[in-house]
Design a protein around this ligand. Structure first.
Ligand code: NAD
Length: 282
């Protein structure tokens, strides 16, 4: 028995990173998964591999949402879960941030979540209820210099989550948010997009490295992929001493989508290795 047997869940930004791991885990737990992204090639390949359906969806476009929801319903008869995961990050000082950049980040990270709730909640209600998991961030709960537009949108995602939880509880829809700290994906470590590293992952290299990484192996290995530098950077700042893994965020999204969280709604869940807990004076 899988924890998501009988569920149909649409996951945005699922072609790679945290969304990819959520799609893999949800499918392994028995859900019918709709992989949605703007990266058509990797998205379709992932869907084929895990027995899911791929749809092209730019989360900032209302028309795309209509098409995606129709495709999901046509494939599986209903939708009863949504993970609003798609997001983009840009670094800039507030005073140097062009309006177009601020608006682009808002459109994807904030408007995308609003449109997702608006498009999918009626489907979930028609299915008798279900769940929505929004992806906020550590920066949705505190400030971080040089990511002003991103932090503003991620704060807004928590506001949207709370309001949606209040308004949708009567339709048997629970709405929560995940707030990851630093997670080892292309967003925090663009070198993961290196094709050679990608081939290594396919060969299972990364899976083997998982346990090794927990033991600090990546730090020694280096390998010029940015992983060692990231671990060293976060090792000093994060109480648990390392960057997080997308699989760990996927397990939190699974908890919030499945029955184990049946009495939880309207809450942000921080997953950051203790980063937000406070500062050390020593
Ligand atoms: P990622 O860049 O690997 O994945 C993001 C995915 O979103 C990509 O597949 C991308 O194609 C997709 N995407 C981007 N714009 C889109 C759009 N307009 N429509 C549909 N899909 C779109 O990064 P990730 O770390 O997996 O990010 C997943 C989520 O987690 C994001 O919302 C991000 O803001 C959030 N997050 C990440 C971190 C981190 O350290 N990696 C920390 C906190 C929050």
């Amino acid at each position: 028995m899988g924890r998501l047997d009988g569920r149909v869940v649409l996951i945005t930004g699922a072609a790679r990173g945290q969304g990819e791991q959520e799609a893999r885990l949800f499918a392994a737990e028995g859900a019918e998964v709709v992989v949605a992204d703007v990266l058509d090639e990797p998205g379709a390949a992932l869907a084929a591999e895990i027995g899911a359906t791929y749809v092209h969806l730019d989360v900032g476009r209302e028309d795309d949402w209509r098409t995606a929801v129709a495709a999901a319903s046509a494939a599986y008869g209903r939708v009863d879960g949504l993970v609003n995961n798609a997001g983009i990050l840009r670094f800039n000082e507030l005073l140097n941030t062009p309006l177009a950049e601020f608006q682009q980040i808002t459109q994807v990270n904030q408007v995308g979540v609003f449109l997702g709730i608006k498009a999918v909640a009626p489907e979930i209600a028609a299915a008798g209820g279900g769940t929505i998991v929004n992806t906020s961030s550590y920066t949705g709960l505190t400030g971080m210099a040089y990511v002003g537009a991103y932090a503003a949108a991620k704060h807004a995602v928590i506001g949207l989550t709370r309001v949606a939880a209040l308004e949708l509880a009567g339709r048997n829809i629970r709405v929560n948010a995940v707030c990851p700290g630093a997670i080892d994906t292309a967003m925090s470590n663009p070198s993961l997009l290196d094709p050679e590293r990608g081939r290594d992952r396919e060969r299972g290299g990364d899976r083997e490295r998982g346990g090794d990484r927990e033991r600090g192996g990546d730090r020694e290995r280096g390998g010029g992929d940015g992983g060692a530098a990231l671990d060293a950077y976060y090792g000093k700042r994060v109480p648990l001493g390392r960057i997080g893994r997308p699989e760990e965020v996927a397990r939190l999204a699974l908890f919030l989508t499945g029955e184990d969280s049946s009495y939880i709604t309207g809450q942000p869940f921080v997953i950051d290795g203790g980063w937000l807990a406070g500062v050390s004076v020593l």
